[in-house]
Design a protein around this ligand. Structure first.
Ligand SMILES: Cc1cc2nc3c(=O)[nH]c(=O)nc-3n(C[C@H](O)[C@H](O)[C@H](O)COP(=O)(O)OP(=O)(O)OC[C@H]3O[C@@H](n4cnc5c(N)ncnc54)[C@H](O)[C@@H]3O)c2cc1C
Length: 356
């Protein structure tokens, strides 16, 4: 078993931050995972997937486990309408999406081109273009580092909320997702095409589809339409350091939304779902607003300070020239937060995991 010491992880995080970890090991099997954990019991653990939603500010003074457990298969358990697919957590999410479309299994095609691993996708509770990973999760198999036992979780055990789950909070670096069982549709009759961005910019998903395909649209058509849209709208990890959206879209009260609309008349809002409310508060009294729009209004899009900037394509995407340190990104994003707070009284919350 190869445990490396004092390793740079610059190529293992999409911000390309050059930090070091005291110990590093890539795990390809659950057996190896168990063995490493037994041998390094006293070390502080970090679970790394594709590093596409993590900003490292300091070196990691412990053991970093790069989860690289690959493999996927259709489980025997099938019913008339659904297929159950078992996928190991180190598979690349984007490869998995392509594989499902090739096999004509529906449910995750709109989430193509999201970097990272299957394990990371569950931990982050990813979503895109109207689809959400929680809609297709059946079971999650985890390894509990402390009691050295496997556990099979149902999605309802994991406290999934907007870009959040127990894996990001109380189970962080304690439960390792090793395998995920997805419940996907066998027929693609029910495509999710309702997504549209602010009018007049890049158009809706449906409009994109209409440029190259005819009804009835196939899963492959939707995949291509989403790819086309994402290429126009988002920075690429090949061209710059980035974790995609740096902040979550804030949830505000309807009263606050009306106040903001006085400053930005065409500000969009979206219904909020699955959030925890204080006693007496009603879901209908809140809306989600696009953080990128607030930042755009304040002139952040395309602005730079040293090695860190904001994408020309999307004001919510913080980018670097791959030379920035974690602390440069942190300093820059704190300024972004401060300007939104001062101008609109809205507190932005990071979507990216910050490792101090
Ligand atoms: C260009 C770009 C576009 C993006 N677009 C989207 C988008 O459209 N929608 C969206 O939701 N996100 C998007 N993201 C964010 C990111 O890709 C996702 O959150 C992704 O799922 C993170 O996966 P990862 O494996 O890279 O996670 P990492 O960054 O490696 O880890 C994230 C967190 O999960 C934990 N973790 C990772 N693997 C495991 C495991 N096996 N078991 C337990 N915990 C684990 C880590 O410890 C960490 O806390 C985008 C990012 C980029 C760079």
């Amino acid at each position: 078993m190869q445990i490396k010491k004092n390793v740079s992880i610059k190529n293992l995080n999409t911000f390309c931050v050059d930090v070091k970890t005291k110990y590093f090991v890539q795990v390809e099997t659950v057996e190896k995972l168990k063995k490493v954990l037994r041998n390094y019991k006293d070390e502080k653990i970090f679970i790394l997937g594709g590093g596409s939603n993590t900003l490292f500010v300091n070196d990691w003074d412990g053991l970093m486990l790069k989860i690289d457990i690959k493999g996927k298969k259709v489980k025997k358990k099938e019913d008339e309408n659904y297929v159950y697919v078992e996928c190991n957590s180190g598979e690349l999410w984007d490869d998995f999406v392509h594989w499902t479309v090739e096999n004509n299994y529906a449910g995750i095609e709109n989430m193509v081109m999201i970097p990272g691993t299957v394990g990371g996708a569950v931990a982050q509770n990813i979503a895109a273009y109207g689809q959400n990973i929680t809609d297709v999760l059946f079971e999650i198999v985890v390894w509990n580092i402390k009691n050295e036992k496997e556990r099979i979780l149902k999605p309802e055990n994991c406290n999934f909320a907007y870009r959040s789950s127990n894996f990001k909070h109380e189970w962080k670096n304690k439960y390792i997702i090793t395998k995920v069982i997805f419940k996907l549709k066998k027929e693609s009759g029910d495509l999710e095409l309702s997504y549209h961005e602010r009018a007049g910019r890049y158009g809706s998903l449906l409009e994109e589809l209409q440029t190259f395909a005819k009804e009835p649209y196939s899963l492959k058509d939707v995949l291509r339409a989403v790819k086309n849209q994402r290429e126009k709208r988002l920075p690429s990890v090949d061209m710059c350091g980035t974790c995609g959206s740096f902040f979550q879209n804030p949830v505000v009260s309807l009263k606050k939304f009306k106040e903001l609309q006085r400053k930005i008349p065409d500000l969009q809002s979206y219904p909020v779902e699955g959030l925890n409310y204080e006693k007496g508060e009603k879901q209908e009294e809140f809306v989600k607003i696009p953080a990128g729009r607030l930042l755009d209004e304040l002139g952040w899009k395309g602005s730079w300070d040293g090695n860190v900037g904001v994408s020309e394509k999307h004001a919510l995407c913080v980018v670097t020239n791959k030379k920035a340190k974690g602390k440069d990104v942190l300093k820059f994003t704190r300024k972004m937060k401060k300007s939104v707070k001062e101008s609109y009284g809205v507190e932005l919350v990071e979507e990216v995991n910050i490792v101090l």
